[in-house]
Ligand binder design. Structure first.
Ligand code: ADP
Ligand code: ZN
Length: 629
């Protein structure tokens, strides 16, 4: 720190929390982790996104002599990370490939001279001889390995360079190491321990529940319209992320949202680096921007006020889905995780797996991940219960997911299932041919298409016996049978449906088929009052930030808007995202507490010493002016 803001002598972790970060108390395991690492111990920290992992290494780095070396794969975000901690008065810098040599030499010198509290490094750079050599010419307070799940070879964020990080422990056995991640299945956890050589590390595992996020999964019909209606009705003017599988989809959807007045931008790995940076910059620095992206976007984005995350295609695993949705509502205010999912998604992802050039073991692993995802989509029980059970946590029904808010009806689908399976059985046995969902539904519903006539399928005994169900209802039946494993996608990759070992039991009525009745697509936007939301149908009249201002008196709302306008000016001048200056929650606390001097200001959550000095006078003036108006 430029001047040590802590009292003389050895400051405590709590002093640092209060004086530097401006927060009153630690959350969850933070205090325990900080104590353990400050004392020299290794740690594995599992906390959900938004749980407060950064403090777990930032504070020990300040309390121990030397610089905390933070290993992070997020090259594009290092500047932001450094800007944010510089705003707190910490001395931080980064080393990565995006830097010019002069700047790099400046950072290296600062490190050697002991002038840094935090040094962010990309793993590929860290592992070069040059960088390891540099580190040995200065004092290292600790190693923090952020996004540690990147070491997991079967995970969705695998970075080969992470595998080399075990050398840190060998080379610097006395420097504490912490691995941090928001991905937490038992398998990933043990992979991290093994590959990073953290067998002796103490493990700190937090609850992964994010109660402020409302989880909803809707049957997919016209996804473009569904998404637009969702955004217009519930999140007009809000920041959000929409995830799609294909690059082309991200561009199409972004264009269509823009036509309807949503400030949407596409992002995928096929865009050039400058364009990707520009999109990221607008998303971080401006309010109300929606990014429509492939999963290439989002890791490390710590924008606290992302109000929704939408999936228009089925994610490949629950782990990935939970990470992506976790980017919503880091500020703890109400947020929505919305997904539209349909039969075509199941067919497509099963096909990807079948066609993947990888070995059987890998394919079986991918199939297990997808099965868990499908079970989540088709559950009639609480979504959050299902999600957290995946991470080994048990909870009561949450009251803030679609199935809790509007429990779905179930119905006995045994007979329709038998009609479908026996059609497939006949076609397989008599003609040794396989067909996809569309054609099977035509047979069952008695639609005399050209294809039906050509193959003589109107002669089958099951022809027309399923006219009582609509096309969409048949698709729901097929989707759920696939999810249950009573039906499968055949090899060859054309979405053909084949029987499984379980099919026989259904055909013989030894296995009944309880299905969930899809809600009409337009429904399901009720918000629980408990989560601070409002009834559906807000009609787009809301201003961004309205959710943080909710529950403020009319007078305080005026003050809140004035503070936001002031913050926007500061952010613009400094080229920083508004939330790096102050979070909405800090502005809200200012409205409620109405402090009149610097001592009172210092007591507001989010105002540490550096920000008090930088902005205290301006804030007091603004507050005084509001009082006299
Ligand atoms: P993570 O990296 O786990 O996703 P962060 O470290 O970015 O989470 O923290 C999430 C947000 O919570 C940040 O804005 C951070 O400043 C804030 N925060 C962290 N710890 C505390 C605390 N003890 N009190 C108040 N706010 C906190
Ligand atoms: Zn629930």
């Amino acid at each position: 720190m430029s001047d040590n803001p802590c009292p003389a002598g050895a400051p405590s972790a709590l002093d640092v929390l209060q004086n530097v970060f401006g927060y009153g108390s630690f959350r969850g395991h933070q205090a325990a982790v900080i104590e353990h690492v400050t004392g020299g111990g290794d740690a594995l920290v599992l906390m959900p996104t938004g749980g407060g992992k950064s403090l777990c290494y930032q504070i020990p780095a300040l309390l121990r002599p030397g610089a905390g070396v933070v290993v992070s794969p997020l090259i594009a975000l290092m500047q932001d990370q450094v800007d944010a901690v510089n705003q707190l008065g910490l001395r931080a810098a980064f080393l990565n490939s995006s830097q010019d040599p002069t700047e790099r030499r400046r950072v290296e010198k600062a490190y050697r001279d002991g002038q840094l509290d935090l040094l962010y490094v990309a793993p590929e750079r860290l592992l070069t001889d040059g960088c390891l050599d540099l580190l040995s010419h200065g004092k290292i307070a600790l190693f923090a390995i952020d996004e540690a799940h990147c070491v997991s070879q079967w995970g969705h964020d695998f970075r080969p360079d992470y595998l080399g990080l075990h050398v840190l422990g060998q080379r610097w056995p006395n420097v504490p190491r912490l691995a941090l991640t928001a991905t937490a299945t038992a398998a990933t956890r043990s992979e991290i321990v093994e590959r990073l050589d953290l067998g002796g590390a103490k493990q700190f595992v937090s609850s992964f529940d994010r109660p402020n996020i409302q989880y909803r999964i809707h049957p997919k019909t016209q996804v473009r319209d569904q998404l637009l209606r969702f955004i217009q009705a519930e999140h007009a003017g809000d920041s959000g992320i929409v995830y799609a599988l294909a690059r082309a989809t991200t561009e199409d959807l972004a264009a269509s949202l823009r036509e309807h007045g949503v400030d949407a931008l596409a992002y995928h790995a096929g865009l050039d680096a400058a364009r990707r940076r520009a999109v990221q910059r607008r998303f971080l620095n401006e309010e109300g921007v929606v990014v429509v992206a492939t999963i290439a976007f989002g890791m490390g984005i710590d924008k606290p006020d992302v109000r929704f995350v939408a999936h228009v295609d089925l994610p490949k695993s629950v782990e990935g889905y939970y990470q992506e949705t976790g980017r919503a509502g880091r500020d703890g205010l109400p947020a929505t995780a919305w997904m539209a999912y349909g039969l075509a998604d199941v067919v497509q992802l099963r096909r990807f797996i079948a066609e993947s050039p990888a070995d059987d073991l890998y394919r079986r692993h991918q199939t297990r991940l997808l099965d868990a995802m499908l079970a989540l989509c088709e559950t009639s029980d609480c979504r959050r219960q299902n999600l957290l059970a995946y991470f080994g946590e048990r909870i009561d029904p949450c009251g803030n997911c679609d199935t809790c808010l509007e429990p779905p009806e179930t119905w006995d689908g045994t007979i329709p299932a038998q009609k479908l399976l026996s059609t497939i059985f006949r076609l397989e046995r008599e003609r040794r041919q396989h067909y996809g969902a569309g054609h099977l539904i035509d047979i069952l519903r008695g639609n005399r298409t050209a294809r039906v006539s050509q193959y003589g399928h109107d002669q089958l005994t099951t022809w027309g016996i399923g006219a009582d169900l609509k096309d969409t209802e048949w698709r729901a039946v097929i989707r759920q049978l696939l999810a249950r494993g009573d039906l499968a996608i055949g090899p060859g990759g054309h979405g053909v449906l084949v029987l499984t070992e379980q099919s026989g039991a259904v055909l013989r009525s030894e296995r009944t088929v309880q299905l969930r009745r899809d809600l009409p697509a337009a429904r399901g936007k009720t918000r629980s009052k408990g989560a601070g939301g409002k009834p559906g149908g807000l009609g787009g009249a809301e201003s961004p930030g309205a959710k943080a201002a909710a529950e403020l008196s009319p007078d305080n709302q005026i003050l809140f808007e004035a503070l936001r306008a002031w913050r926007a000016g500061v952010a613009k001048d400094k080229g920083l995202p508004a939330y790096v200056v102050f979070h909405d929650s800090t502005l809200r606390a200012l409205c409620l507490a109405d402090p009149t001097d610097k001592a009172d200001l210092a007591g507001i959550s989010g105002i540490g010493q550096a920000k008090l000095e930088a902005y205290g006078d301006q804030l007091l003036e603004l507050l005084a002016q509001h009082r006299s108006d």
